[in-house]
Design a protein around this ligand. Structure first.
Ligand code: LLP
Length: 424
């Protein structure tokens, strides 16, 4: 039934039932009937298990796991993590508003990103966030000014760029000299000295993040060693940090990757950390949500071309951009058993672009009207979706045991142009 060589699905709460694929205790076919397609479906059990893995691996240490909201910003998802005691890594004022709307604690929020506006700084200071991860010298000066205007001291960490190659897709590697991210490692010391003289800043920590979908902890350990060296150098000068944030990046299995467990990923980092007094923080996104979600879609047409067979489904690149953007692989699984002949299909959407594909060359037994699940779609799926071709964005549903919660309604076409105006 699955086109994967391995028996187990990357999403642990997915199983084969008499009515086809089930997520926790709910058949996917029931969800498609009730909410239509395309729909993103998440498993609360999988989200919880992923977060608990991080907590367990850090047990007994002063630590904070800040979920990277950009991976999946749905309020239902955020509320699950807020209830588990998570912190949050945000990159915009919009994400901060979501965290607070979902019941997250502002004093557990770290604010990353190279382009923070004055308005976003004011919003974050008013909310009382835990730390600004400052990414440049001009940002440092601006933050000092804005905090001064509000009569506050802004807590800061410098996000340093350790110039380590994470060996991942070039679009998602962020820790190289050539990237726009962070403060050059060689300039960090000088910038901390400058920060220490600014009256409206309070130096709190240091941060680094070198890339995403990492399958090997070695580059992160290398970056961590550099960062720890810098922390000691700072402390010798009397600049004493309270926390060390080693970013996100842990990869997941999409196809046949064998990512380390959270514990194995953290082992070399924690070993390097030893019994240091600073709090250790992380910003995982993908590893918390990626394999907790799937995109449920229905076959509109089977089209047999001269060279290829196409399964044209009702989800498209506007719903799941990763295949078109990164040539990313998502497992495609038929939801119900079918006596249709197994054939190799290009799984494509209705959008008018040749780049609108979701999966290449997958062997599946399909008839039109059948449901297909695209797996490992919980991270950077819905958050990167768009309205291209005036397609309303998908609904989002959270399964919790036998219960089902609609966590985002399907968009309506009217809502898409509600803010637009005709000319007289
Ligand atoms: N912290 C910072 C500063 C980041 O830039 C990122 C991701 C994270 C944490 C979370 O990283 P994660 O644990 O999810 O790897 N759209 C791409 C991924 C872009 C990642 C951007 N930054 C994709 O779909 O693969």
């Amino acid at each position: 039934m699955s086109s994967t060589a391995s028996a187990a699905y990357p999403l642990p709460s997915l199983s084969d039932g008499p009515a086809g694929l089930m997520l926790e205790e709910v058949p996917l076919a029931t969800l498609a009937e009730r909410f239509g397609t395309p729909t993103y479906v998440y498993s609360r059990a999988a989200l919880t298990a992923a977060f608990r893995d991080w907590q367990a691996a850090l047990a007994g240490r002063r630590s904070l796991v800040c979920y990277a909201v950009k991976a999946n910003a749905n309020l239902g998802v955020l509320s699950v993590f807020a209830q588990l005691g998570a912190g949050f890594d945000i990159v915009s004022g919009g994400e901060l508003a979501r965290v607070i709307a979902a019941g997250g604690r502002a004093d557990r929020v770290v604010f990353s990103g190279v382009g923070k506006s004055r308005a976003e700084m004011r919003q974050a200071l008013a909310a009382g966030i835990r730390c600004f991860n400052v990414e440049s010298a001009p940002e440092l000066e601006r933050l000092n000014e804005v905090a001064g205007e509000l009569g506050q001291r802004a807590p800061i960490a410098l996000r340093v760029n350790p110039d380590v190659d994470p060996k991942t897709h070039p679009y998602i590697s962020t820790g190289l000299k050539s990237n726009k991210f962070g403060v050059a490692f060689g300039e960090a010391l000088e910038l901390y000295r400058r920060a220490a003289t600014l009256p409206h800043l309070r130096i709190s920590g240091i941060a680094c993040h070198i890339g995403s979908q990492l399958l090997d902890p070695a580059p992160v350990a290398e970056a961590a060693a550099k960062v720890l060296g810098l922390v000691d150098q700072l402390s010798a000068e009397g600049i004493v940090l309270d926390h060390i944030d080693l970013g996100g990046g842990l990869g997941i299995r999409y196809r046949d990757e064998t990512p380390p467990s959270v514990a194995a990923y953290l082992a070399p980092l924690l070993a390097a950390f030893g019994d240091r007094r600073e709090e250790i923080c992380f910003e995982p996104g993908r590893s918390l949500v990626g394999n907790a979600g799937l995109l449920l879609t229905r076959v509109e047409y089977l089209k047999h071309g001269e060279e290829k067979n196409f399964a044209i489904v009702d989800a498209a690149m506007n719903d799941l951009a990763r295949p078109a953007l990164y040539d990313a692989y998502h497992e495609a699984v038929a939801v119900c058993r079918s006596d249709a002949p197994r054939q190799r299909y290009e799984i494509v959407g209705p959008i008018c672009e040749s780049g609108d594909f979701l999966a290449h060359d997958r062997e599946l037994a399909l008839r039109d009207g059948d449901l297909v699940a695209l797996l490992s779609a919980g991270a950077y799926g819905m958050t990167m979706s768009s309205n291209y071709n005036t397609r309303p964005r998908a609904a989002e549903v959270m399964v919790d045991g036998g219960q089902v919660h609609l966590v985002r309604e399907r968009e309506t076409v009217e809502a898409l142009y509600a803010g637009e105006h005709l000319l007289p």
